[in-house]
Design a protein around this ligand. Structure first.
Ligand SMILES: Cc1cc2nc3c(=O)[nH]c(=O)nc-3n(C[C@H](O)[C@H](O)[C@H](O)COP(=O)(O)O)c2cc1C
Ligand SMILES: [Fe+2]
Ligand SMILES: [Fe+2]
Length: 402
């Protein structure tokens, strides 16, 4: 394989996984992904930055040995211990047991439980430097990009920032650098989708990190998924900042009322709930989960101060679009937000209790108590829906809820 060089003695040694269809169980990866890893050779020491997913160990080790023997690796820097970047560390340490593994304090237990035997390691601190001889690595602790363990590694002399998941994209192609892409729009879409499905819950951490990255002013951003960002790396940072600060630009209290309805009964309730919300001084956003793409609903939830779900009971259960929506909340951080549920039923009405219990187990602040109506809601029941909306508006407007 032709060597991929970022700067003198700085190489990309990762692997491509173009056929990956789904990442981490829930994230579709139309263009596959890559697990990038980097080798930095100083005059005294050599460091490997990140590893790859375990099934790709052989190819990874081959890529390294095309450049230098494994015995010359002194350090393995673990920016993030999720197995897509650490899996092959196990094989690497079998072949090169004397390498010292460097990571944050939070990463230690993950890597201990990955390797499951003794290995040489050291916890590094924020701002700590590692001298390789003419190449200096500086560690930047940046938790929750994407796990509690994450850090960035800065190569001072070459102004390269190794960011692991941060600023990455699930995008595999023949090109390794963003200035060589045949389809830059597709790569940009993958970058944006990656933000929406992986980074979005960590807004506060992102905004802290983007500030630090700006101060470093990197010439190259080298993530561990997708193209290496050599052309205009800061524009990617702009995108993260813009998206992560979305709530600063929302000046109203928005409450999505998401429902499904076979015969219009739950829908009639939803309309009355929305009326109550508006009377209570918040902005209701009525969404039919059958007609609205799930991604659009999730985008709406991101801007919301709380949410309400309307569901009938079908075959003793919750209709699939509502379950899918609840499962998609994994893409956001909604913990502690007010939420509740309502709906129409025929004879048993299990869906209301099920959604209630799910919301509670997801640590939403559930209230007011769910309401349900048997078949077509009566005038009194519709009035109850208005009150339900009004009460919910009071809850979301209370300072603790925001
Ligand atoms: C296929 C099907 C299965 C149903 N299963 C149940 C059930 O198990 N328990 C129940 O309480 N109601 C059940 N119902 C009744 C609905 O919950 C009830 O008709 C409700 O009013 C529908 O509200 P909607 O018009 O908002 O869909 C079922 C209805 C359908 C169409
Ligand atoms: Fe990750
Ligand atoms: Fe990753």
């Amino acid at each position: 394989m032709a060597l991929i060089t970022l700067a003198p003695d700085v190489y990309s040694v990762g692997v491509k996984d173009p056929d990956l269809a789904i990442f981490d169980i829930v994230i579709p990866t139309e263009c596959g992904t890559t697990y990038n890893a980097y080798l930095v050779k100083g005059s005294d020491k050599t460091a490997l930055i990140d590893c790859v997913k375990r099934p790709f160990s052989d190819e990874f080790i081959q890529n390294i040995t095309d450049i230098c023997p494994l015995e010359s690796i002194d350090y393995v820097i673990v920016n993030h211990s999720e197995p897509d970047h650490s899996g092959a560390l196990v094989e690497l340490l079998q072949l090169r047991p004397d390498a010292e593994v460097l990571f944050t304090r939070a990463a230690k237990s993950f890597i201990d439980n990955l390797v499951n035997r003794d290995y040489r390691h050291r916890i590094v601190k924020d701002g700590e430097e590692l001298q390789l001889g003419g190449k200096t690595l500086v560690f930047q602790e940046t938790p929750f990009l994407h796990w509690p363990d994450t850090m960035l590694t800065w190569l001072k002399e070459d102004r390269i920032l190794f960011t692991c998941d941060f600023l990455g994209a699930h995008y595999s192609s023949e090109s390794n650098f963003n200035d060589e892409l045949k389809d830059p729009e597709a790569a940009q879409r993958a970058f944006e989708f990656y933000y929406a499905t992986i980074m979005r819950p960590y807004k506060d951490y992102i905004l802290k990190a983007t500030q630090r990255v700006r101060e470093l002013n990197p010439k190259i951003v080298a993530p561990s998924h997708g193209p290496i960002l050599r052309k205009d790396p800061l524009s990617y940072l702009d995108y993260y900042e813009e998206r992560a600060s979305i709530l600063n630009r929302i000046h109203e209290v928005r409450v999505p009322v998401v429902y499904v309805s076979a015969y219009g009964n739950t829908e009639a309730m939803a309309r009355k709930v929305a009326e109550g919300l508006a009377e209570g001084g918040v902005t209701p956003v009525l969404l039919n989960a059958v007609e609205t793409p799930i991604a659009a609903i999730v985008d709406e939830f991101e801007k919301a101060s709380g949410f309400l779900i309307g569901t009938p009971t079908l075959n003793a259960d919750v209709p699939h679009p509502i379950l899918e929506l609840v499962a998609s909340l994994v893409f956001l951080n909604m913990r502690g937000k007010p939420a509740s549920v309502f709906g129409s039923y025929g004879w048993s009405g299990e869906a209301i209790r099920t959604v209630h219990d799910i919301l509670q187990s997801m640590r939403m602040k559930v209230g007011p108590d769910p309401i349900k109506a048997r078949m077509t809601p009566s005038k009194a029941e519709l009035e109850e829906c208005v009150n339900f909306g009004r009460t919910f508006a009071e809850i979301v407007k209370a300072p603790a809820a925001k």
